[in-house]
Write a protein that binds this ligand. Sequence first.
Ligand code: G6P
Length: 471
Amino acid sequence: MSKTIIVSNRLPVKISREDGSYELKMSEGGLATGLGSVYKQGNNLWIGWCGMDVPKEDESIIKDRLSKENLAPVFLSEEEIHLYYEGFSNETLWPIFHYMSTYAQYEQSYWDSYQSVNQKFKERVLAFAEPNDVIWIHDYQLLLLPGLVRQELPDATIGFFQHIPFPSYELFRLIPWRKNLLDGMLGSDLIGFHTFDDVRHFTSAAERLLPVQTTANVIHTDDRNITVDAFPMGIDADKFNSLPSSPEVLEIIKNYDDALGCKKIVLSIDRLDYSKGITQRLQAFEKVLLDHPKYIEQICLHMIVVPSRDTIPQYAELRDQIDKLVGNINARFRTASWHPIHYFYRSFPIEQLSALYSKSEICLVTPMRDGMNLVSKEYIASRTNNDGVLILSEMAGASKELTDALIVNPNNLGELSDAIVEALEMPASEQTSRMESLKQTVTKFDIKHWVKIFMDQLKEVKETEQSRRAR
Ligand code: G6P
């Protein structure tokens, strides 16, 4: 019997050290939930970084604790965290893949470390994998891993899914090590992205940079065929749909009724990231207050920014910019009993998020670039009364599916502020008809569906490839 091994940069667990002992908290994120049905079965497992710098002498404690959960940690040194994770992953690939090429650093030391950490992940995979296992590798931190594993296990079934956009060739070509990255990815049998545009960009980059042929969505190398396809990721829609009626969330909602202090709430939830368009969103909200003073004391922007990668200079700068903008807007418009922006720089438990999704008349999801964006889907699934308005950037992968949202170009401040006004004034009947259709999409194409279609297609392309080789 073959087993399935999931590999990603991070394990679906948060480890913290308190009074010398380690606390484990399983992640409630969509990917962790969706893949739970896979890695928790039998001998299956999930390999990844445990998210912190663990002293050598404690590694075996962590390993033992995690193995009970079918998790296998990869340990990264402080230097690897700096060069591979902060460096190549997040200062080279992340900005290029999100079309922010001027932010990209092309450091040889980052690249060297990216290669050696991908090797380190390979060693970890080989410690568990057998020749016929299914290996599902995730995201841009591990682009070389499919190729490295393929060299050692030529018959393994290898799937790769990238959760962030794949940029146009004109952006991708800027990376000095572009061919090596593509070669690494082509070690897979199946490569998945969220949208067909990503598929198109990837195939075009492969055709232009490597000696490969393509027919439709299959890339042919000298000796192998690799299928590339779109698998738009979903969320645990049932969970977000049922949370608002749970006693815990009802209690939070009741307390919010008194505390929020404005008639209509515009919600914004993101990780701290320059790809998310947070400053543009603040400017658009300010423009609404400037151009339409009737909304003063009537609306507020409830903005959650979850701390992320704040050791990287651009992230630290963005945080300062947000602090400043929020301060200016609040100082300019606040009255004795009201202030326009409620800003929180921290993470919140899912129950609190659910209460906010339920309470907010509008959700503003306006990234400059986003692979998918799951906040938009969580908002929809949480609207149990089928009301509320989603404003969604056309640069988010989700906009390809959620066409009944108000779709905006996040660079167009006027369009963004008009959309906020349109949402504030939208008749209830229109809200309902839009929300019902959005809900259908989010419910039908949920995370379980996503895992199933990827795994089914992976199996299918492998079988096709095996019978082609047997001929
Ligand atoms: C994005 C990436 C993930 C990453 C997450 C959080 O969603 O696609 O791979 O794990 O951001 O970022 P972090 O750097 O904290 O892992």
